[in-house]
Design a protein around this ligand. Structure first.
Ligand code: 13P
Ligand code: ZN
Length: 274
């Protein structure tokens, strides 16, 4: 089958384009990766043409031999549907999880996203934590979430609680909470280690003054998670723009009642009295 006719590739392209339409991907901002199922790899096997092995820049031994769809470094999300073979690639990891090789795409040269270490370390953590269920890691630059990293304390507690309060669906959509990475140089192993530590506990990690990472089972759920967090951040920006206090809000006991009725566990560390 043609790579571009495969359903998993169509889903990947649709998600990239949806993020672009949301305004989360100025220039080459943001990147997307998907851990491909074995049967999906087989369906496009005849199209794969492996290149030379290159170092990932970190080690992901649990992902040895896996294949990923991943956007290219410096490539624009707005071009993913328009010139797909130029914008993203299929990579294969070696058995040790130290090196990758491009098997399809990036036809005009280039390499996978500079955030490949963070994507792959997040995939590895989630592979273990979810028994292989999570397959999508998404990085975007949504403006309201980034704006909040200039005014809220850079703690998991502050971000989780404030964003839960802004929409009743939030604690149901991300019951485990949100992690926050202080400002760090992007693109390397250090930020990958810090982010993947948080991904052991959460499906969302915010990078101060930069953007957000989300992890999920499929394209819909991962896009929906990013969308929900950013929508909540937008409401908080609007509330704070009107006045510097909330006249009323959702209380810790309200959250406890919600958790009971919706069958979710909300960690008590986020239900502190203010
Ligand atoms: P890439 O173009 O290398 O994917 O980088 C974009 C980005 O958002 C870096 O954090
Ligand atoms: Zn970025």
């Amino acid at each position: 089958m043609n790579v571009l006719d495969a359903e998993f590739v169509k889903g990947f392209m649709r998600m990239a384009d949806d993020g672009w339409k949301q305004g989360w991907h100025e220039r080459n901002g943001g990147n997307l990766s998907y851990r491909i199922r074995p049967e999906e790899v087989e369906s496009v096997r005849e199209e794969l043409c492996p290149g030379a092995w290159k170092p990932i820049g970190t080690s992901v031994p649990k992902l040895g031999g896996e294949y990923f769809l991943v956007t290219g470094s410096g490539k624009f999300m707005r071009n993913v549907t328009v010139k797909p073979a130029d914008s993203f690639c299929i990579i294969e990891l070696d058995q040790a999880g130290d090196n990758y090789r491009i098997c399809w795409g990036l036809v005009n040269g280039g390499r996978p996203t500079s955030e490949l270490p963070t994507h792959l370390m997040n995939h590895e953590v989630k592979f273990t934590a979810t028994g292989g269920k999570h397959r999508v890691i998404y990085h975007a630059h949504p403006a309201n979430t980034i704006a909040l990293t200039f005014v809220l304390p850079l703690t998991d507690e502050a971000f989780t609680r404030e964003l839960w309060e802004m929409a009743t669906e939030c604690p149901v959509v991300f019951p485990d909470g949100i992690g926050v990475v202080p400002w760090m140089v992007p693109g390397g192993r250090d930020i990958a280690v810090a982010t993947s530590e948080l991904m052991k506990k959460y499906d969302v990690a915010i990078w101060a003054h930069h953007g957000m990472f989300c992890s999920g089972e499929d394209f819909d759920l991962t896009f929906g998670l990013m969308h929900t967090v950013e929508k909540s951040a937008e409401i908080l920006v609007k509330v704070r723009s009107m006045q510097d206090y909330k006249r009323q809000t959702i209380t810790p006991d309200d959250f406890r009642h919600l958790a009971k009725d919706f069958g979710v566990k909300l960690p008590e560390k986020f239900l502190f009295e203010k």
